[in-house]
Write a protein of this length. Structure first.
Length: 331
């Protein structure tokens, strides 16, 4: 027989990459399952007091747990038999563990990652909304195309040609100027060029550089100890620890977003939905791991991401439930 703790972990379909957020979620579920356990409460208070970020992250989860969308989603999905009650914050009545795990998954997908966006808004010179794309002429005559939910900060003072990609993805068609290198910095890398066409995409895990034409030099940040040279049709990724090997890439597919399309061949549905989800303003959640592992291929326009999600779900034999706030659940 498995214990409650194992049941919770088995029921979850999401593990947050940030260990503090994941620990806060873990405590939220544990305190719900044992609200009268004084020893457990004491251990929680010890954890919360170890670092101000622990307390802040836990408080965010409690606030998000009160959303009506969360309760609606839990009621929609909790069909495991027995008494399944809606998700509640820790101070409210005990819930079924399976329902709590589902609700916590949706909770994280809906809200916990929205907070960094508030800070990015203060730093950005230009940004795009989810599902939008913008073409901009830069002060030096180069052209920049911002993809969905992207933000940049510019520095073109005193001959500098520098762009900081704060979030998302951008393509640059750079005017040649040997005396003034054009630089684009992501979270983990900096790309330096004289004149070329390339894209940079950044998130919390990695930067991805794809070169369409010309040549670029990619430098690992922050130590600048590792560098790599790209030729047309090549890509490289950078993480906090290193640069990846240089790889060949189909630039027509990788840069299809410039034409308002997404192209993929024999990719897991979960991976494709992660990509399409960048263009859809609400969370997309797969409640069945088997469906997420199915391989799919396609060439779709990005003007109707919900229609694309529904089409792929139908091809995978899944049903789609649309909850308040536009949350889509595949099962």
């Amino acid at each position: 027989m498995t214990n409650d703790r194992t049941q919770v972990r088995d029921a979850e379909t999401y593990m947050h990459a940030d260990p503090v957020t994941d620990a806060a979620l873990d405590w939220l579920l544990r305190l719900q399952s044992s609200p009268a356990d004084d020893a457990e409460r004491a251990r929680f208070e010890q954890w919360r007091g170890q670092n101000p970020r622990h307390a802040e992250t836990y408080s965010r989860l409690v606030i998000l747990g009160a959303m009506p969308e969360l309760e609606a989603a839990t009621q929609q999905l909790a069909r495991q038999g027995g008494e399944i009650l809606p998700f509640r914050a820790p101070a409210r009545p005990r819930v079924g563990l399976w329902a709590g795990a589902i609700a916590a998954t949706i909770l994280l997908a809906v809200g916990i990652q929205q907070y960094p966006g508030l800070m990015i808004g203060w730093q950005a010179d230009y940004h795009t909304a989810t599902g939008s794309k913008q073409v901009l002429d830069l002060p030096d005559g180069s052209r920049m195309t911002l993809n969905t939910a992207s933000a940049v900060a510019l520095d073109f003072d005193n001959g500098r040609r520098s762009v900081r990609l704060l979030q998302g993805e951008a393509f640059f068609d750079v005017v040649p100027d040997a005396a003034h290198p054009f630089k684009v910095a992501g979270h983990f890398s900096e790309v330096e060029v004289k004149g070329t066409g390339f894209s940079v995409r950044t998130d919390d895990q990695q930067d991805l550089v794809v070169l369409q034409h010309g040549a670029v030099q990619v430098v690992h940040l922050p130590d600048r100890a590792s560098t790599a040279h790209l030729d047309p049709g090549q890509s490289i990724s950078a993480t906090a620890s290193s640069l990846s090997p240089v790889l060949s890439v189909n630039t027509e597919n990788a840069l299809a977003w410039l034409e308002g399309r997404i192209v993929f061949t024999e990719r897991q549905l979960s991976s494709v939905l992660d990509e399409i989800g960048r263009y859809y303003p609400s969370p997309v959640i797969i409640a069945n791991n088997r469906i997420g592992q199915m391989l799919v291929s396609g060439n779709y326009r990005l003007t109707d991401p919900e229609g694309t999600i529904r089409s792929l779900a139908s091809a995978a034999g899944a049903t789609v439930s649309r909850l308040p706030g536009g949350i889509l659940i595949l099962q």
